[in-house]
Design a protein around this ligand. Sequence first.
Ligand code: EPU
Length: 467
Amino acid sequence: MTAWPKSIWGWAAGVFQASDTVQAMVVRQPDLSSRLTFLLGAQECLAMDRFAVTGGRPLQGSVEAASAKNSVLPILAACILTEEPCTIDAVPQLEDVATMLRLLQSMGIRVSSTGRTVTVEASGKPASEAPYDIVRKMRAGYYVLGPLLGRCGRAKVSLPGGCAIGARPVDLHLKGARALGAAIDIEHGYIDARATGMRGATMVLEGTNGPSVGATINTMMAAVLTQGETVIQGAAAEPEVADVAGFLCSMGAVVEGASTPLVRIHGVKKLHGTSYRPVPDRIEVGTLAVAAALTRGQVEITGCRPDHLAAPIEVLRHAGAEVETGPDRLMVKAKDRPRPFNITTAPYPGFPTDLQAQFMTLASLAEGTSTIEENIFEARFMHAMELDRMGARVAVKGSVAVVTGVKRLSAAQVMASDLRASAALVLAGLACEGTTEILRIYHLDRGYEKLEEKLATLGARVERVRK
Ligand code: EPU
């Protein structure tokens, strides 16, 4: 790791007029080149769309959940596993989805879409390289590794690098591929993997922070066309893992136990085309549920899976919200200031790290002190500083944030550091009087489909200010 001399950093921060949040994010980057790239990226973002959120209104009404981004991305990559066309319905219009489709196209794969229905046809031999230019925009680009290895026996995928929420290593993805017999070199910033005679194997894919969603899915995708039986112990049990397994099975794969810590895959020779609709996005649903509770409104979310949200629903109820659930609908209603609560993020079915930031906004307005412990990603509290700028009282020490609730937040200009942090700031804006301006909302567009329109149907005033 190259140390960045203080004098240079001070100079760069001044020249680029970097805010405290950007400075804090820059110093987390592992080396000088990553720091400069991040800083320049942050400057580009200042010239991007922003949100003006005028809050203080209870949200009312009904909205439909989108499909889960974290299912759709690996499912699109999994289409590489067959030469026949695969049709995916209800694909959300997200920046990350557009990036994944661009990545597939850059590999010579045919992609067409009608509305939210996307067809991917990987006939012929896809190119085996996923370039840095695309993967740096979206970590999920590494999901082409497993399918390329399984189908073509070769994959050259750019290492994605760290991001604002932590280091995000890929050692478990590589462990899975190596266990199947792939030879892997890391060279010039790329994972260069060759499958010479891969065979099913038994492996443990759990790291120090628990199971890995990405490594479980990537290994499953590599194993479905690999001869023999593969057993993944310590597998992630998130609903998106089960959803990708469901998609693979609809192509003729044999995958058992997805959604448990032990996944068993029986390799088959060939997969066929399919049509599939991914599961609803539990994180979008959770975000909208917090919006209802925070603004003391009443919101119904249809087309969702409340059973995927047991832990967050329990916290919402503890915080004083009324939550009604049906098999595919959720209704959240709140009248009073939230009660304080304690959460600890954990792998599914524990409280999801992807809702931690949004619940921090809820805790900011609670009548008392809440604690939030983040156990999945080491740097996922960047939103705390921005919430503080809006009058919240958050003290972060290591992996724990102590949030002392205040009566009201105040509108400010704030900067989003990552996808879920952006959502937390939108929620804060909805809960306070005045207009909050949120910069760098390209993060939101990566993972929430037209959030401003969805919130507007519930009576919120969220304006996209185009640059
Ligand atoms: N980890 C390793 N080695 C690896 C992979 C992961 O040590 O090779 C560690 C991570 O650093 C982390 C923990 O394992 O501490 C869990 O990471 P995981 O691999 O499960 O995360 P991911 O697959 O990279 C997905 C979602 C994230 C979500 C996490 C956890 C996608 C595209 N991303 O990431 O979603 O937070 O699972 O549920 O599916 C988001 O949507 O905002 C988002 C960040």
